[in-house]
Design a protein around this ligand. Structure first.
Ligand code: NZQ
Ligand code: ZN
Length: 386
């Protein structure tokens, strides 16, 4: 196991009907910017509950953070924060609203050009001041509610990640009932995103992270058990509660501590979202099976372990067992209604050059746990994804 630091200061407030407790968690004298997306939180009553929980505090609302949040939109909010002396941010929504709010928090405190926060992966780490934030998470998927990362799209730089420990939410409300209103496809996206987060941290090479492996396998098995069920029975509280908790635990640093991380599926997926507007979860379902097929030798030990412990695959040659593990993963995504081929999303083979060029422009030229996913390997992965 590698050396690691583990730090996660986010308080989780889990369960039904607890938004009144906002009053205990947001500083009494705070001037709060409540951020949200395209209006689902208004339509389904979540915003009203949040405003009620904030009692007499001064509140300004910022609506319109779009899926795959845009730098330009977030800068409008950051300017409001500066001009109106906002001292607390409350994100009410899915990953896009939570990530966007983290970016607002840093951009509003940053003295230089806020676009620099996205220029390279470590740039945002240099910021030493941020506006404190909390979240009310309405979509179980990204883990943003309990991590220090975010992803923002700018015209100039494309879709870029940033990190800074100052944007760990101070608290996150996880109320499974707030997710009942999600459309089926967003629930399915969330199951796939969580499943792939776990795999990006697990399916690399053995590193003696036995606790991390067993915990990762536990999350995967839980998702296999509940994934379809929570789509079919969206208001079954306990099933949805398990998805919500898996999503949070899948990307809060726990299972990734002390072990290698891959993340190549995410990096290639981000280009697909930026270029074709494909939902984040769907890009992962397309890239992951092909990536495993291309890197089957490098990842053989973990693919075999995954096949055996998650799908009980114990017979056949190693190649047959790996094929079956990949097929079963694809089947799971398809069983959720998520298509797993680039052609299903209108992408054409002639687009491959553009995608590879975008990866090069974004310096994604040696990705994956061993840095072996070069542009040529990405090309093979994309070719195999049709
Ligand atoms: O905008 P509104 O009207 O709220 O509608 C949203 C949006 O259209 C809707 N929605 C959210 N909660 C709802 C709801 N509709 C009905 N009922 C509810 N309870 O769902 C749509 C999608 O929302 P979005 O926030 O975009 O989805 P998701 O949570 O999947 O977030 C995706 C973003 O997170 C980033 C992705 O790249 C993408 O930009 N990620 C963030 C990560 C992180 N911070 O660690 C890691 C992930 O790998 C990912 O990259
Ligand atoms: Zn993801």
């Amino acid at each position: 196991m590698y050396n690691f630091d583990f730090y996660n200061p986010t308080k989780i407030v889990f369960g039904k009907d607890r938004l009144d407790e906002l009053d205990n968690l947001v500083p009494k004298n705070a001037k709060v910017l409540v951020t949200y997306g395209g209006g689902s939180v208004k339509r389904f009553g979540t915003l009203d509950k949040v405003l009620k929980g904030l009692k007499g505090r001064k509140v300004i609302e910022f609506a319109g953070i779009e899926p795959n949040p845009k730098f330009e939109t977030l800068m409008r909010a950051a300017n409001i924060v500066k001009c109106q002396d906002i001292d607390f941010l409350l994100a009410v929504g899915g990953g896009s609203v939570m990530d966007g709010t983290k970016f607002i928090s840093l951009a509003a405190s940053c003295e230089g050009d806020p676009l620099d926060l996205l220029r390279d992966r470590m740039a945002a780490m240099k910021i030493t001041k941020a506006i404190p934030l909390g979240t009310v998470c309405t979509l179980p998927a990204t883990g943003s509610e309990m991590n220090m990362g975010g992803v923002v799209t700018s015209k100039e730089l494309g879709k870029r990640g940033f990190r800074n420990p100052l944007v760990f939410p101070k608290f996150s409300f996880l109320d499974p009932t707030l997710t009942y209103s999600l459309p089926e496809t967003q629930v399915a996206n969330g199951v796939v995103d969580t499943y792939v987060h776990v795999l990006e941290q697990y399916l690399t090479f053995p590193a003696e992270g036995r606790f991390q492996d067993r915990t990762a396998e536990g999350i995967l098995l839980t998702l296999l058990e509940i994934g379809r069920e929570t789509i079919d029975n969206p208001t079954d509280y306990d099933i949805r509660a398990n998805l919500v908790w898996c999503a949070t635990m899948g990307l809060n640093g726990l299972i990734g501590a002390g072990v290698p991380g891959d993340w190549a599926t995410h990096m290639i997926g981000h280009e697909l979202t930026a270029m074709f507007g494909i939902d984040h979860g769907k890009t992962l379902a397309v890239i992951l099976p092909s990536l495993w097929n291309v890197l089957r030798e490098s990842k053989a030990k973990k693919l075999l372990q995954y096949g055996e412990r998650v799908f009980n695959i114990t017979e056949g040659t190693e190649d047959e067992r790996i094929d079956l593990a990949i097929d079963k993963t694809r089947e799971f995504f398809e069983s959720l209604g998520i298509k797993t081929r680039l052609s299903d999303y209108g992408v054409k083979k002639e687009h491959i050059d553009d995608i590879v060029t975008a990866l090069e422009e974004h310096n994604m030229v040696a990705i994956g746990e061993k840095g072996e996913v070069t542009p040529e390997v990405s090309r093979k992965i994309l070719e195999g994804a049709f």
